[in-house]
Design a binder for this molecule. Structure first.
Ligand SMILES: Cc1cc2nc3c(=O)[nH]c(=O)nc-3n(C[C@H](O)[C@H](O)[C@H](O)COP(=O)(O)OP(=O)(O)OC[C@H]3O[C@@H](n4cnc5c(N)ncnc54)[C@H](O)[C@@H]3O)c2cc1C
Length: 478
């Protein structure tokens, strides 16, 4: 049955629109970020026109074939049978009068940076910070950006204005004509149809951002932890942001063992003078032993600073999680580093891939919508993000090690936030099988299941953000 359906599928496509597993570049083209997610598909389909994509989607929906939608694979998209790649959908247009851009869902954000510089010079969009992340998957899970401190999440209504979607029937619609669909795409993930493009708000933006890496010796951890708590409480400038992280292999640094130094990626869109002042990063630049590799650069170069982490794609078993934190006290980073050390004590095999990345967030990031029902993923209040990773080399993979890696990941919120201080909230960007997805969507879960039941009653779009469809009288073969 599967073999016949695969043959039927390829018969609908031109030879340049698919690759079989025998092709030399197949493995690279379908590789997920984390090897644990690899379901070993046998066919890669890359429709090159809307008509071809529409035909593929309506056909796949009727078959038994297991399929996954893929932009870059950074979200570890994989399937047993077919990968449906959006690589053929890389359109870009800029409308200066409305200050909006239309982006093909198959673009990576690094490509968007280049297109903006070429066709919309002086503008930026609220987009992901890593150039290798796909527009498709990241926008649909809410999406974090350096610009989020000013404008909110990528998929918030003021930023993601519309999305063009191929529904299970093959019909294509702008989601603004179906408000429940547009709502679900704002943080609810990619399981309602196949998005071909997004319309996003563009903002005039500076090209003189002070950014770069500060490396501070581990011996200063307590001091950094105390100052970061003070900054979190007292710096409300939406043009100032930072990531504070353990400098280890998973984040693109050489693995040297032992306690990890403190990396700070600084970001100040007010420019260098401000960044070097008390209102910026003087506190960090003045830390004993601080090594600064900083400069003044446009947003594209800030994004390029993250290119090193992209080297991990398809090389490791990697799990990630991002609890939201509301209370950053003076011991917060000390506990975060301890969480990592304790994880390594539980198994040395976790050393290279276990990291902590604290994302200091300004007020606007999650307080960015009218109310918690305005988008599928409910968000409100001043929160910071504690991004965490665990993982190991594929050569060491075992069920026990996986259990431990997931258990350490889920234990982190309570261990790092402090007893009773975990918010229970998580970004919807990094789900593992251990996450409680209904809890992450909280009060919007019932509505999300209802919308899912309407647009995907058979649950055939079932990768990434898993949402069981509610039974719907109104289900669509629209
Ligand atoms: C190292 C790293 C850095 C990251 N940095 C950021 C960041 O700065 N900001 C941020 O917001 N997120 C970031 N993320 C998280 C990222 O948003 C998710 O991993 C996201 O799923 C990646 O999307 P993708 O399309 O590239 O991945 P893929 O693996 O290709 O897709 C993941 C899932 O997205 C859905 N999907 C993808 N394209 C479509 C489409 N066109 N239509 C419908 N569904 C689709 C599918 O369900 C698919 O299974 C990062 C992740 C990693 C691993």
């Amino acid at each position: 049955m599967v073999a016949q359906e695969l043959r039927n599928l390829t018969a609908r496509l031109s030879p340049s629109e698919y690759l079989t597993s025998e092709h030399p570049s197949f493995a690279k083209e379908v590789e997920p970020w984390s090897l644990d997610a690899d379901l070993h598909p046998s066919l890669l389909v890359t429709p090159s026109t809307l008509a071809s994509l529409q035909d593929v989607v309506q056909y796949l929906y009727k078959t038994q074939l297991d399929f996954a939608i893929r932009t870059t694979g950074t979200g570890s998209s994989s399937a047993k049978d077919v990968i449906l790649s959006l690589k053929g959908f890389k359109e870009f247009s800029f409308d200066a009068s409305s200050e909006t851009v239309t982006l093909g869902a198959g673009l990576a954000w690094g490509e968007v940076d280049q297109l903006l510089e070429k066709y919309a010079d002086g503008y930026a969009v609220v987009g992901a910070r890593c150039p290798y992340v796909g527009v498709g998957g990241s926008t649909l899970v809410g999406g974090l950006s350096w610009l989020a401190h000013e404008y909110g999440l990528i998929s918030d209504p003021q930023n993601m204005l519309d999305a063009h979607v191929v529904l299970n029937s093959g019909h294509a619609v702008w989601a603004s004509s179906a408000p429940d669909l547009l709502w679900a795409l704002r943080g609810g993930g990619g399981n309602f149809g196949v998005v071909t493009s997004f319309k996003l708000k563009a903002h005039r933006y500076t090209k003189s951002i002070f950014s770069g890496l500060l490396t501070i010796p581990y011996a200063n951890l307590s001091r950094v932890s105390a100052v970061v708590a003070n900054v979190a409480a007292n710096n409300p400038d939406p043009k100032v942001a930072m990531h504070v992280f353990t400098m280890n292999g998973a984040l693109g640094f050489q693995e040297i063992g032992g306690e990890r130094d403190i990396g700070i990626l600084v970001y100040d869109a007010n420019g260098e003078e401000h960044a070097r002042s008390e209102a910026g990063f003087k506190w960090a630049l003045d830390m004993p032993g601080c090594v600064a590799q900083t400069g003044v650069m446009p947003l594209s170069q800030v994004h390029a600073l993250a290119l090193g982490t992209g080297e991990n794609h398809g090389k490791r078993v990697a799990f990630m999680s991002a609890p939201l934190i509301s209370d950053v006290d003076e011991e917060f980073l000390v506990r975060a580093w301890k969480w990592r050390t304790d994880s390594l004590k539980a198994s040395a095999a976790l050393a290279e891939d276990t990291f902590v990345l604290f994302e200091f967030m300004q007020e606007n990031v999650f307080n960015s919508t009218r109310d918690r029902h305005a988008t599928a993923w409910p968000h409100s209040g001043r929160k910071h993000v504690l991004q965490l990773g665990t993982g190991y080399s594929p050569s060491q993979a075992s069920p026990e090690l996986k259990r431990l890696a997931l258990q350490r990941l889920l234990a982190a919120a309570e261990e790092v936030a402090g007893p009773g201080k975990a918010t229970g909230e998580y970004l919807p960007n990094f789900f593992t099988e251990a996450h409680d997805i209904p809890a992450v969507f909280g009060e919007n879960w019932g509505e999300l299941r209802r919308v899912k039941g309407k647009y995907d009653p058979l649950n055939r779009f079932n990768k990434g953000t898993l949402i069981p469809p509610a039974k719907s009288e109104n289900s669509t073969r629209l």
